[in-house]
Design a protein around this ligand. Structure first.
Ligand code: UDX
Length: 416
């Protein structure tokens, strides 16, 4: 079992720390945020991430997991130091590496393998390696929010980039058995961007297909079902929606485009992927306007505010992009989300879905929380001032909804 230091206790760092402790390693996890560290010492993780709080509590109980605000404590004695720092979008779309540079400027890892888990532009780990005396390994994460623990403990792949075979093997040995790929550092960094951008591209493609279906009288559900049967295409990431969001796809697509621009490589496919997504919120607003009439002063209900179901994360949420545009046109917004209790931007947050529907001239389904498919449709219809639902995710049971006298505007299907 290894001694591991983790720098950064965001969802990636915390998941890494808690899961490594669960696997039997000794982990010290550092974060600059004192309040967060104090809460983590009580196993309060402050986020909706299944099983994570349980594993943090287990690590604290067994003594295999400790939290500190002092990076030095995470580095001292560690055989592996994991950098799990945020790399937000910088001014020109590139990833902002200031957190990574600040940590490495203050501390000098010694006698360990330095592992870069943060999503960093191609070449960053090589740059870091030039400034360090220890072996540097790139080991990107592929953790989905809401499934982070499961993805860590049962990985579909582990990618390790290194120029030192024994350092690469020692990092691989920390993980459970999984398909593994050892590459150079730049390729490992690119695997991460390439994967997320490919998935984003798939979604933008499907969202444009859905628009075409609406005009051409086809059904996106049938079209994607037909595509799924081709193993070369694959079954996942073919559900249309209000656009993709979250903490990774928007940031990573912009960062890869910025890297391509910097390398003088024209990547029109990636640019179109991003542009298509940025249009999605406007498309949803057009549908709402068509359903509800003029928006100024009109009450609109929103079902779902988080960027996807199964998380409380509102970062780059397409639902909030739609809400912002509706509010710009003067709509009065009441939303409901199982994971959001406080008013958010222009959205007053109600306690139930029925409250969000109350008096609304249209109800818009924005996040695919399964419970939205189970509402009491006659009660929803009775409460609305105009019973119309715009279902951006095709989540609702069309028969039951329309039988209740509600007009349902689906996505990627010709309008009734
Ligand atoms: C993603 C990657 O999946 C993960 O491997 C990476 O490490 C981090 O980024 P996450 O941001 O948690 O994970 O979200 P994900 O589940 O991939 O969904 C991304 C977006 O695509 C969401 O807005 C989601 O609603 C949307 N989506 C996904 C669709 O609109 N339709 C689909 O069929 C699938």
């Amino acid at each position: 079992m290894a001694r591991i230091g983790v720098i950064g206790a965001g969802y990636v760092g915390l998941t890494t720390a808690a899961c490594f402790a669960h696997l039997g390693h000794r982990v010290v996890c550092a974060d600059v945020d004192e309040g967060k560290v104090t809460a983590l010492r009580r196993a309060e993780i402050g986020a909706h991430e299944p099983r994570l709080a349980e594993l943090v509590a287990e690590g604290l109980r067994t003594g295999r997991l400790a939290f500190t605000t002092d990076n030095g404590e995470a580095l001292a004695d560690a055989e592996f130091v994991y950098l799990c720092l945020p790399t937000p979008t910088g001014e020109n779309g590139e990833a902002d590496l200031s957190a990574v540079h600040a940590v490495l400027g203050d501390a000098e890892p010694d006698g360990c393998v330095l592992v870069v888990k943060s999503t960093v532009p191609i070449g960053t780990s090589d740059d870091i390696a030039r400034s360090q005396r220890v072996p540097v390994v790139s080991n990107p994460e592929f953790l989905r929010e809401g499934h982070a623990v499961d993805d860590f403990l049962r990985p579909q792949r582990i990618v390790v980039g290194a120029d030192d075979e024994s350092a690469a093997r020692s990092v691989l040995a920390l993980y459970p058995e999984a398909p593994a790929l050892v590459t150079d550092r730049a390729s490992a960094e690119l695997v991460k961007y390439a994967s997320n951008c490919f998935l984003a591209m798939k979604l933008s493609y499907v969202n444009s297909l859905a628009e075409l279906c609406e005009q051409a009288g086809a059904d996106i559900g049938d079209v994607t079902e037909g595509m799924r049967l081709d193993e070369r295409i694959g079954a996942a990431f073919l559900r249309p929606g209000p656009g993709w969001g979250g903490s990774c796809f928007p940031k990573d697509t912009r960062a890869l485009l910025s890297t391509s621009d910097g390398a003088h490589v024209d990547f029109p496919l990636l640019r179109a992927t991003i542009d298509t997504n940025e249009r999605q919120a406007r498309r949803v607003v057009e549908k709402v306007r068509e359903a509800a009439g003029p928006l100024a002063g009109t009450r609109i209900g929103l079902l779902g505010l988080t960027f996807k179901a199964g998380t409380d994360d509102l970062r780059d949420s397409p639902a909030l992009a739609v809400a912002g545009l509706l509010a710009d046109e003067g709509a009065v917004l009441t939303g409901y989300d199982p994971c959001v209790t406080a008013d958010t931007g222009p959205v007053h947050v109600a306690e139930t879905a029925l409250d969000a529907a109350h008096d609304a001239s249209a109800l818009v389904v924005l996040t695919e929380w399964p419970e939205f498919a189970e509402l009491d449709w006659p009660a929803v219809a009775a409460g609305m001032s105009r019973p119309v639902i715009v279902d951006t995710r095709n989540l609702l049971p069309a028969d039951k909804v329309t039988e209740s006298g509600i007009r349902l505007v689906s996505t990627g299907r010709a309008a009734d």
